[in-house]
Every structure is written in C-alpha cells, then in structure tokens.
Design a protein around this ligand. Structure first.
Ligand code: HEC
Length: 258
C-alpha cells in the first residue's frame, strides 16, 4: 500500500511525542489565525458578523451609497402605514443637500429657514427617528443631531489594504504557511493512509494556499476573484487540519502487522 521507506509509526515513542506536540502547536496556531481573521475583519463593512463584504473591503475596497439617499429615493416614509409622506419640495431639498459637498456646514443653516435639512428632519422624521420615539424600529436610528445623521448621509468608501501592508503580509504568510504546509505534506506522505488520500489532501492544501495568496493580489483590480480567496483559504485550512489530524492518528494507532 505504501511505498515510502520510512513509516512515522516506526519512530520511537519519544520522537512521536515530540512530533505530536509540534503538530498540536500548529493546529492551535490555525485556530488562533481563524479567530484573529474574524475579529480583525468582521467590522470592516460596519455590518455585524464576518461577511463576504468584509473580505471584499480588505482586498478590493467597497463603495456603499448613503442610506439617507436610498431611503428618500424609495420615497420613505410614505410606504409605512399611517405615516405622512415627505412633501416633494422637502424631499428634493434634502436630496439636493445630500448631493452637495457641504453637508455638515449646511445641515442647520439658518438662511435656509424651514428648508434647512435639520428642520425638515425635525418636522417629518423625528416622530419616529428620535430616541424618545414610540416607534420601536425608528428609535434605533435617531436623526436628532448631526452626529446621528452624518454616518447615514455620506456614502462610504472602504479603501483596500495598502499595497505595502499586503506585501508584508504576503511575505510572512507565504513563507510561514508555505514551509509549515510543506512539512505537514511530507509527514502525511509518510503515513500508512491510502495513497489517494495522502496525495489528494496534499494537493488540495497546496492548491488552496496557492490560489488564496495569488488571489489576494489579483483581487485588488478584479473584484470578482474575491470568492476565490475565501474558497482557496477554506480548502487550505480544511485539508491541512485533516492532514494534521491524520498524521497524529497515524503516530499513535497500533502498528499494522506486515
Ligand atoms: C412613521 C415612522 C417613520 C417616519 C415618519 C420616518 N421613518 Fe425612517 N424608518 C422608519 C422605520 C420603521 C424604519 C425601518 C424599516 C425600513 O427601513 O423601512 C425606517 C428606516 C429608515 C432609514 C434606514 C433605511 C435603510 O435602508 O437602512 C432611514 C435612512 C430613514 N428611515 C430615514 C428617514 C427620514 C429621512 C425620514 C423623514 C423624511 C424618516 N425616516 C421618517 C420609520 C419612520
């Protein structure tokens, strides 16, 4: 079944113990990286949880429109039962203000009188969108002060990671993960497991790592390869952890009689 001259299981107990401890350290390292990945990236798109947009924001950048513009364009709050629609004149005044580039300066501009954005919001929106409102959903999104309104007014651009940082990250990841995986693959090839399983997992892990790191760079210009980063990374992590587990099992399972 196996053609390798050396079998891991025939190494002395102390040697196998040493290998096992090191492999457990590597497994723990992968667990820590996964946890770091999630906490480090999950808020990039300001949506809770770790989403594809977090990954997209990091490697490619994301542009999201203003939530206020979106709400006004769908003629909010007219669609809500019992709500008074915003009069057209005020709606276009708000949209014109949002399209301008002096948002904070003109928010409560006295010269604009009743058409000042702060006034329009106070009259038409604060019934629902104030902290004291009885509208349970509306009060979670207060529009009372400029600080409330600002994040909803401007469109956001998430810039992709700086190329210098990506270069530093590539150099540490490529060398560290490349060499670690190389050793795991070598150990895997010395186990008793069926040839197809050994070679198959080795190939999947290497392919996953190769594609993942390569896609980091391609994704800067080509947003559509973002899923490749996630798929490659997952493939790499899953197959490497499987190999680590199988190697540890091979180290300790009773030796097969020839
Ligand atoms: C009758 C109560 C009510 C009034 C009046 C009202 N809203 Fe809302 N608003 C809601 C509720 C409920 C939601 C959450 C459900 C939804 O998105 O439709 C909401 C959501 C929003 C959102 C978030 C939409 C999104 O896509 O994330 C914005 C922005 C918003 N309102 C702005 C306004 C503005 C500006 C006004 C005044 C012109 C206004 N609202 C008036 C009840 C109200």
């Amino acid at each position: 079944m196996t053609s390798s001259p050396l079998h891991l299981r025939s190494i002395a107990c102390t040697g196998r113990l040493a290998l096992t401890l090191l492999l457990l350290v590597v497994l723990g390292g992968f667990g820590a990286s996964a946890a770091y990945l999630v906490t480090h990236h999950e808020n990039r798109d300001e949506q809770p949880g770790f989403t594809m947009d977090d990954v997209r924001g990091h490697y490619h950048g994301v542009r999201t429109g203003s939530a206020l513009v979106a709400a006004l364009e769908r003629n909010h709050p007219a669609e809500i039962e019992g709500a008074t629609a915003l009069p057209e004149a005020q709606r276009s005044a708000l949209l014109a203000w949002l399209a301008g580039d002096r948002l904070s300066e003109t928010f409560d501009d006295l010269d604009l009188g009743d058409d000042a954005p702060a006034e329009v919001l106070a009259v038409s929106c604060l019934d629902c969108h104030s902290r004291a409102s009885e509208n349970a959903i509306g009060k979670t999104l207060p529009l009372e002060y400029w600080d409330d309104v600002e994040p909803l007014a401007s469109s956001k651009t998430i810039e992709p990671v700086d190329p210098k940082i990506l270069l530093a990250s590539t150099h540490t990841h490529a060398l560290a993960l490349g060499t670690t995986t190389l050793l795991v693959v070598l150990l895997m090839l010395l186990t008793r497991w069926p040839t197809r399983l050994r070679n198959g997992l080795a190939l999947l892990a290497s392919l996953g790592l190769f594609v993942d790191l390569g896609a980091w760079w391609i994704a800067r210009d080509v947003g559509s390869v973002i899923p490749v980063i996630v798929i490659g990374g997952t493939l790499f992590i899953v197959s490497t952890c499987m190999m680590l587990t199988l190697v540890i099992a091979d180290l300790w399972l009773p030796q097969r009689r020839a």
